[in-house]
Design a protein around this ligand. Structure first.
Ligand SMILES: NC(=O)c1ccc[n+]([C@@H]2O[C@H](COP(=O)([O-])OP(=O)(O)OC[C@H]3O[C@@H](n4cnc5c(N)ncnc54)[C@H](O)[C@@H]3O)[C@@H](O)[C@H]2O)c1
Ligand SMILES: O=C(O)C[C@H](O)C(=O)O
Ligand SMILES: [Mg+2]
Length: 528
């Protein structure tokens, strides 16, 4: 901590990126030397260290990974290992693995294809699993599937650590992922596999392919959706309206990728439930924009995943296929503007000023893309141009914004870190065979109801990161209870399905907390 503090003292005025990378190096060296101490320091300083080991610095780490690399962490399965993955999995020295985070490096945050350098993401996510969910660090496994990269710069970089070949496609690609999943399942049938930062086509395809066969989920589609839904419900409460008013909120989603479509799917399901399972009216309030503008049924070559959310042009007054973001905001006057586009600054001054005409008394701006440079707008710009009355959330952390007169605009961090640790932990401790929509919905509802009315009305939608262990225990319990109610919980360790069924809500939370690992030195010699 002393080296860390002295680095902070001695680097005033230097570029943020350089300082953050130097901080990351200090923590990474500690991680390599003394795992127990590393996690203790991380847990005790989670507010300061999450932005270093996780978003946003982890993005910079991935961009520079081949140069920063000193020693390996996690496992790399390459296309050249085809046919050998089962023996490789049995070579992993740990007896038991509970949590695996897997990527193919094809869409790292909003930074695109970073090939094997994307391994920083599984490492950072699993650090959050240890810190927030208390997963034992001896039982985690960061995994990189190296099936090539289409990033020319990396292919020509002599320091690049991965396969120098274009990405595999089609059946060749899927056969590699299949082999990996089978091998993992054979050795650790109860391990949870989190798919992370896959490009959209593979994110959806692999989720469909595996979700009924293995205990897995896709964090970018499903974790993000739950966090966004909790935030959207929070904005309804922030306006002093009953939750049922969610069905009337007009929401513009910018970005029709894995994250944006995941959010729309879950939000529409929620509206549909509130509106008495009326799926067609549920879609009316949502507007979807991608790089080619507003998506309507007139779009040629529409992505099948986006098609269900395309607007009927006959129902749009004054807006046509491909209308740009500013036109849409001016015409629709949305209650919420939500960005998952990966395009930094796309909520520009004009767009934010147009949000002043929103039909909401407290419009919400969610700039959810990561890392910081890719956020749709900064917190400062949002409060400056859209007004002090807004609710603001971003995927990467920003400082609260001073509004003058001693008042501050609160910055929420709408990041899937509030849910994925609890989804993984709850699924693990339930012993469920797979992760259902019901379990994910329970996670989102738990987060949505966590804050008090008073907090929400002052613009605070999510708990402080300092209490991430508490919220993760609650989310984990909600997921576990949902697995029990769906008759999917087969138990974990000594605790069987019957005991899980008999636990009251508070007992489930206690059970979850008891199973959280905490960093203390294990004695090398046991006292007699
Ligand atoms: N805050 C969180 O918890 C969280 C979770 C998941 C993803 N994300 C972020 O969301 C971003 C997108 O992730 P993804 O997996 O959906 O990516 P993706 O590549 O699947 O999708 C990106 C989408 O943005 C659209 N887009 C590109 N340029 C645009 C423009 N100029 N205007 C409007 N739309 C545009 C694309 O057409 C595409 O539909 C990334 O930056 C990622 O870091 C944040
Ligand atoms: O990694 C994050 O911070 C959130 C999310 O999974 C992302 O891909 O941006
Ligand atoms: Mg991600």
């Amino acid at each position: 901590m002393e080296s860390y503090r002295s680095l902070e003292r001695n680097t005033h005025g230097q570029p943020d990126g350089i300082v953050s990378l130097a901080k990351w190096r200090i923590l990474n060296r500690l991680h390599d030397r003394n795992e127990t101490l590393y996690y203790r320091v991380l847990i005790d300083n989670i507010r300061n260290f999450a932005p270093i080991i996780y978003t946003p610095t982890v993005g910079l780490v991935c961009q520079n990974y081949s140069g920063l690399f000193r020693r390996p962490r996690g496992m790399y399965f390459s296309a050249k290992d085809k046919g050998e993955m089962m023996s490789m999995i049995y070579n992993w020295p740990g007896q038991q693995v509970d949590m695996i985070v897997l990527t193919d490096g094809s869409r790292i945050l909003g930074l695109g294809d970073l090939g094997v350098q994307g391994i920083g993401i599984p490492i950072g996510k699993l650090d959050m699993y240890v810190a927030a969910a208390g997963i034992n660090p001896q039982r985690i496994l960061p995994v990189m599937l190296d099936i090539g990269t289409n990033n020319e710069k990396l292919l020509n970089d002599r320091l690049y650590l991965g396969l120098r070949q274009p990405r595999l496609e089609g059946e060749e690609y899927l056969s590699i992922v299949d082999e990996f999943m089978e091998a993992v399942h054979t050795r650790w049938p109860k391990a949870i596999v989190q798919f992370e930062d896959f490009q959209m086509k593979w994110a959806f395809e692999t989720l469909q392919r595996y979700r009924k066969r293995f205990c897995m989920f896709n964090d970018d589609i499903q974790g993000t959706a739950g966090v966004a839904l909790a935030g959207l419900l929070g904005t309804v409460r922030a306006q002093g309206r009953p939750l049922s008013d969610f069905v009337n909120q007009k929401i513009v989603v910018v970005g029709a990728g894995s994250a944006g479509l995941g959010v729309l799917n879950m939000a529409i399901q929620a509206v549909s439930r509130m509106a008495g399972n009326n799926d067609s009216t549920a879609r009316n309030q949502f507007f979807l924009i991608d790089k080619d503008g507003l998506i309507t049924k007139e779009r040629t070559n529409i992505d099948p995943a986006a098609a269900p959310f395309a607007k009927d042009p006959r129902e749009l007054e004054g807006l046509s296929e491909g209308a740009n973001l500013l036109e849409v905001v001016k015409k629709v006057r949305p209650h919420v503007l939500l960005g998952l586009s990966g395009v930094g600054g796309i909520f520009n001054e004009e767009v934010l000023k147009a949000m002043r005409e929103s039909d909401s008394s407290k419009p919400a701006i969610f700039a959810m893309s990561n890392p910081t440079m890719n956020a749709e707008c900064t917190a400062a710009d949002a409060f400056k141009y859209a007004g002090e009355n807004i609710v603001f959330a971003s995927g990467s952390p920003f400082e609260n914004v001073a509004l003058g007169n001693g008042k501050f605009g609160h910055v929420n961090q709408a990041n899937n870190m509030y849910l994925f640790p609890g989804i993984g932990l709850g699924s693990l401790l339930s012993g469920a065979r797979y992760i259902t929509d019901g379990m994910l919905q329970a996670a989102a509802e738990c987060l949505a109801s966590y804050m008090t009315d008073e907090e929400v009305q002052s613009g605070i939608l999510y708990p402080s990161i300092d209490s991430i262990r508490e919220i993760t225990a609650e989310v984990g319990a909600a997921v576990l209870r949902s697995a029990v109610s769906e008759n999917l919980a087969e138990g974990h360790g000594d605790v069987g399905p019957r005991e899980l069924r008999l636990m009251a809500k508070e007992e489930t939370i206690e059970y979850i907390k008891r199973n959280m690992w905490f960093p203390i030195y294990s004695p090398l010699v046991h006292e007699k």
